[in-house]
Design a protein around this ligand. Structure first.
Ligand code: HEM
Length: 146
């Protein structure tokens, strides 16, 4: 388990980043029904990978790591957790939008997705990508006891 948990932490992180990049590539004005369905599936993968990252992170924190006190006393660990929580909050907005689009698609509505709405969702995804790029730096600093 002490090997499996860190391994799954990395797999979760890689999948999370991959799904964010996929969302970024899929988000375009006037996307079609099929792409909307794909976006919803990719967003589900994103959600599952975030749960994997969180669960394995908690296991590393409390069970397989250097002891919970070690992490609690490190300010970079607090920053890492804060950024992760911000990522989680930001991800709610695209998820709500994708589900709304899916509902409209399923109801058979003609989809006209304007540039402004797409740009707004892209902004959330870009900030999340930035955060997920910063978090590993903090994680390495925590692990090295900086
Ligand atoms: C997107 C979110 C996250 C990313 C990108 C990330 C990244 C990483 C990386 C790269 C490491 C390995 C560091 C190293 O060995 O050099 C690591 C370790 C760790 N992570 Fe995360 N992590 C994330 C979320 C979390 C969360 C939410 C928690 C806690 C709830 C957490 C807890 C830990 C712990 C305890 C370690 C072990 C540090 C050590 O070796 O002492 N991580 N993380």
């Amino acid at each position: 388990m002490s090997i499996l948990v860190p391994y799954l932490h990395f797999i979760g992180i890689m999948t999370l980043m991959g799904s964010l990049i996929a969302e970024h590539l899929l988000l375009k004005p006037n996307i079609g029904r099929q792409q909307i369905r794909t976006l919803v599936s990719v967003d589900l993968i994103y959600g599952i990978s975030a749960i994997v990252v969180l669960t394995t992170g908690l296991l590393r924190w409390f069970v397989y790591g250097k002891g919970s006190d070690y992490y609690l006393s490190n300010p970079f660990f607090h920053t890492k957790l804060t950024l992760f929580v911000i990522m989680g909050i930001l991800s709610i907005f695209p998820t709500i939008q994708f589900l709304k689009w899916k509902k409209q698609v399923n109801a058979g509505f003609e989809m006209i997705i304007d540039e402004k709405t797409v740009q707004k969702q892209l902004m959330f995804v870009r900030v999340e990508l930035l955060l997920v790029a910063i978090i590993p730096l903090l994680a390495v600093m925590v692990a090295r006891g900086v």
